[in-house]
Write a protein that binds this ligand. Structure first.
Ligand code: ADP
Ligand code: ZN
Length: 766
């Protein structure tokens, strides 16, 4: 029999192999070991009994690792759809399917060694045993040293056995264990031990199960099955239960303002799904949101909850994956890749904060977890709930055109008011206080007043670093990255000061003089989160100020640690990038400041206004979620821009109408489909030429009615990591035709494969 196999090798298509007669034909989803060039790799069977597609020699499968499907067949099909839709090789989607350790095909990778005492009796019995072996002189001349006796005591006191890792952390070496084992005092066995990510709390993350260590349990009030839902929540739950009850594919857009209690609704609908014998998948946009969400589900549903995200260790991820696969799990909570979890009988998929850009993977396969979730639900006959206070233009458009059902929550729980928003026109601040103002008078006053009675504040600036550029006052030159077409960003102050590229990480010292003209007057311009943090510290010296951005959380666990410290009141002001705006529920935050609300508006990206609107609405939504009234102060130099105006009024509907007009005029999604293509080359002309010929080929395959190719043009990021980049945009209304034309054109230029980035439904065309 011939089979199609997906191998985990980037941008490779499916490969055909022959199953030798002596091997049982593997099932779809089973792992097989196959030769690939001079290597041997583990792949997944994607299709069986395929006809031979060429006359060439077809290589035989070396080994079949699983008698049954390892990855559920419907997940294999989903991955195949993903590869096709997003125009990437199936090999790129395989890592998303497999737990990390299964890729090498080592079936025992999840086993751990445990040391078990041969006798479960206490130290005395062991001494006797030791004594017997030691011969009649025992007592006078003990053969066991004290450390060895301690080790025996520990092992004997734990009848279930002690893991080797735990022993070594107590200084009991594997040598010593070996010696004791040779003496026949202990035995060593291999156990399957599930690494429980809920229990890894060494970093102070809130990952522990509720009820364990009170310091680590999320303070957030849990789901209370007896809690009285608001009228809006009740109506939403009723409607969703009716949709879920149909047992068919449906998509509901749960459009609820920030703090309207959407999580409670997800929990109730999940409970009904489980009661009906089906399972639920809960997607959240950010790793940091998984522990709190998973803890809520654990409170409601007990132990049958797993989490899946890339922040877990390989081991944890593997164990959780296996538990899901064995059917021991009813609810999977995770980030976008969890959409491929090996969960069977899926009846409900929730995509919380569905508008969030982090559902989109920015490397191949460039899939959107939300959209893959919808396809998965369609095939499983499941209900999808897309939750957001600021739905994406795409989802809202589908709701308005009747494809999705829209369910609305207009009020916060307990009728808490939305934060009052004040817009500060920074041009007036500059006129009054000079051009170097970072915190406006209103924000300074707000911080001082709010912090006195121990309330908390968030300050957002969506730009990292201390200063965003260094320029020369003599020749006006800037210090740029040698590999990318951007200027370097200054991080740190004083001796720690460094200039760094945010794209390729190139780092250098800030030179004392201009490298271009040797002029001695170098100045820093622009500011980022580090500078804001310093300003806030200066303004409120007694306050505990911390920063949350990608630089601050490089260490594993530091993000969860920061968030839980803030939640517990150990931090008064949290300064950060858009990370602080996402879905968090911090009841003691009463003030939110937005410094430079217009950071994103300067970008030549069709989603610039949408992203600005979402970010401002979301961050303002973090204020006043507890009993105290909330306030937001938004600083901008474009106070009249509609995305800023409407976000401040929290008027989603008006924003949607206004933005839709723009998308209509400019022919952008959701009114057309868009594919962004970037061709990379060592030279500028090479990139432009290749992009040009590819664009023409696409246009030739498809008629002008089907699609339109724009470009080539130098990409907004014209040079990256030493390579030049040319950009093409393909727009059209028939997505399938666009993809077919592109595939046909790319098939004629196989040598371009490695130098081309295809982004279907891009989040950004930067
Ligand atoms: P959203 O996701 O819509 O922004 P959350 O689900 O985070 O809102 O809920 C906001 C807060 O309100 C949470 O602290 C939650 O526990 C609480 N909450 C939810 N529903 C109710 C209710 N019916 N009564 C009281 N508090 C509620
Ligand atoms: Zn660079």
């Amino acid at each position: 029999m011939l089979i199609l196999v997906a191998v985990p090798v980037p941008s490779l298509d499916l490969l055909t192999y022959r199953v030798p007669d002596e091997l049982a034909p593997p099932q779809i989803g089973a792992r097989v070991v196959v030769p690939l060039g001079s290597r041997v790799v583990t792949g997944i069977v994607v299709e069986r009994a395929v006809p031979a597609d060429s006359d060439g020699e077809i290589k035989p499968v070396r080994q079949v690792l699983d008698a049954e499907a390892f990855v559920p067949p419907d997940v294999v099909t989903l991955a195949r759809w993903t590869a096709e839709y997003y125009a990437s090789g199936v090999g790129d989607t395989i890592p998303a399917l497999l737990p990390p350790m299964a890729r090498g095909g080592r079936a025992d990778a999840h086993k751990r060694t445990r040391v078990v005492a041969i006798t479960a009796a206490g130290i005395d019995a062991l001494s006797v045993a030791a004594g017997l072996r030691a011969g009649p002189t025992e007592g006078a001349e003990p053969r066991l040293r004290e450390t060895q006796r301690d080790a025996l005591a520990l092992i004997a006191g734990t009848p279930a056995g002690v893991a080797t890792a735990a022993l070594s952390s107590r200084g009991i070496t594997s040598d010593m264990i070996g010696r004791l084992a040779r003496l026949g005092l202990i035995s060593v066995r291999q156990d399957r031990v599930d690494r429980d990510p809920f229990a890894t709390s060494a970093t102070g993350s809130a990952m522990s199960a509720p009820g364990s260590d009170p310091d680590l349990t999320p303070v957030r009030p849990g789901s209370d099955p007896d809690r009285t839902l608001t009228a809006e929540q009740t109506a939403a739950v009723d409607r969703l239960l009716a949709l879920a009850g149909a047992g068919e594919f449906r998509v509901a857009l749960l459009h609820g303002v920030t703090g309207s209690g959407k999580t409670e609704i997800y929990l109730r609908v999940a409970a009904a799904t489980l009661a009906g014998g089906r399972r639920a998948l809960m997607l959240v946009p950010e790793i940091a949101l998984t522990p709190v969400t998973a803890a809520l589900f654990r409170q409601g549903f007990g132990e049958r909850i797993a989490i899946q995200h890339s922040g877990l260790s390989d081991g944890e991820r593997h164990d959780q994956w296996q538990r899901i696969r064995r059917g021991e799990i009813d609810v999977v909570v995770g980030t976008r890749s969890a959409v491929f979890a090996p969960l069977e009988r899926v009846g409900l998929i929730v995509v919380d904060e569905e508008h969030d850009g982090s559902y989109k993977q920015e490397e191949s396969p460039r899939y959107n977890g939300r959209d893959v979730a919808i396809v998965r639900a369609q095939r499983a006959g499941a209900l999808v709930v897309l939750g957001s206070a600021t739905p994406s233009m795409e989802s809202y458009h589908r709701a308005m055109t009747g494809k999705y059902e829209r369910i609305v929550l207009e009020r916060r729980v307990l009728d808490r008011p939305l934060a009052a928003v004040t817009v500060v026109d920074m041009r007036e601040e500059y006129a009054a206080e000079g051009p170097d103002v970072i915190l406006s008078r209103a924000l300074r006053e707000g911080l001082q007043q709010r912090l006195a009675p121990k309330e908390q504040a968030l300050v957002l600036l969506n730009r990292r670093g201390f200063a965003t550029a260094v320029f020369c006052r003599q020749c006006a030159g800037t210090i740029d990255c040698p590999n990318c077409s951007v200027s370097l960003v200054v991080h740190g102050e004083g001796a720690a000061r460094r200039a760094r590229c945010h794209y390729c990480n190139y780092t250098s010292r800030v030179p004392p003089a201009c490298p271009l003209c040797a002029g001695p007057y170098l100045e820093q311009a622009g500011f980022g989160t580090e500078r804001v943090e310093a300003e806030v510290k200066k303004l409120v010296p007694g306050a505990r100020v911390a920063r949350l951005d990608r630089d601050a959380i490089r260490r594993k666990g530091s993000l969860a640690g920061l968030l839980s410290r803030f939640r517990d009141g150990g931090i008064d002001v949290l300064v950060g990038t858009q990370m602080i705006a996402k879905g968090h529920d911090f009841p003691r935050v009463t003030l939110v400041g937005v410094v430079s609300a217009d950071v994103g508006l300067g970008l030549a990206d069709f989603r610039a206004s949408e992203r600005t609107f979402q970010l401002l609405t979301q961050v303002a939504g973090r204020a006043g979620r507890g009993e105290q009234l909330g306030e937001a102060i938004v600083q901008t130099i474009y106070p009249a821009h509609y995305s800023i105006q409407l976000a401040c009024r929290q008027d989603y509907a008006a924003f949607y109408e206004r933005e839709l007009q723009f998308r209509q005029t400019m022919r952008y999604p959701p009114l057309v489909s868009l594919i962004n293509i970037v061709v990379r080359s060592r030279t500028f002309a090479g990139a432009m030429d290749d992009a040009d010929s590819l664009g023409q080929a696409v246009q030739r395959v498809a008629g002008r009615n089907d699609l339109r190719v724009l470009g080539p043009a130098p990409a907004p990021l014209g040079r990256l990591r030493g390579e030049y980049r040319a950009q093409l945009l393909i727009k059209g209304t028939n997505r399938r035709r666009i993809r077919e034309a592109l595939q046909a054109a790319m098939a004629k230029r196989p040598e371009l494969q490695r130098r081309i980035i295809v982004d279907v439904d891009p989040m950004s065309v930067m």
